[in-house]
Design a protein around this ligand. Sequence first.
Ligand code: GTP
Ligand code: MG
Length: 172
Amino acid sequence: TIWQYQFRIILLGDSTVGKSSLLKRFTDGTFSELQDPTVGVDFYARVLEVEPGCRIKLQLWDTAGQERFRSITRSYYRNSVGGLLMFDVTNRKSFESIQEWLREVNNHVYPNKTVFVLVGHKSDLTDDRKVSREEAEKLAEALDLNYIETSAKNNTNVDQAFVKLTECIYDS
Ligand code: GTP
Ligand code: MG
């Protein structure tokens, strides 16, 4: 496929929030309940047609959320123009980690020009929800980020999350 632009995108967030699952859904349309934890960094790609004739190649860097891989994942912060900052709506700790993830990036990249979108993932698990949409929107506003809720399982807002991020990169 012919494309006009190429954006490098990074996915960040605690282990098990669903970064790899979101990327698998977005790039090959599949979902697995038994997704393995990422080791270091994985690479995905997809061409997104944002408007007729305007195609953007997204190079997607899937980082491991587990602390022991941090020295590897850190080396990818600097070269990404955009990122999804993800938490799991059923996991409060992952929501509380969001500001730490921003600090982590800011501590290693200066000046940090990465454009982030905040993603509340696993929105299909309505009965187990521990973070309300209102609370997440409030944090997004405080951090000056856009917010979107996604489900890789139900394929809810998956393409939309990447379209939104692409628009934010465009506007920046
Ligand atoms: P690390 O690679 O360790 O950082 O984890 P990760 O953020 O990549 O999470 P991963 O995609 O491996 O998903 C963790 C678990 O959550 C897996 O069992 C997935 O099947 C499950 N999961 C991912 N997305 C969803 C979702 O949208 N809904 C539900 N119900 N489960 C999901
Ligand atoms: Mg993973």
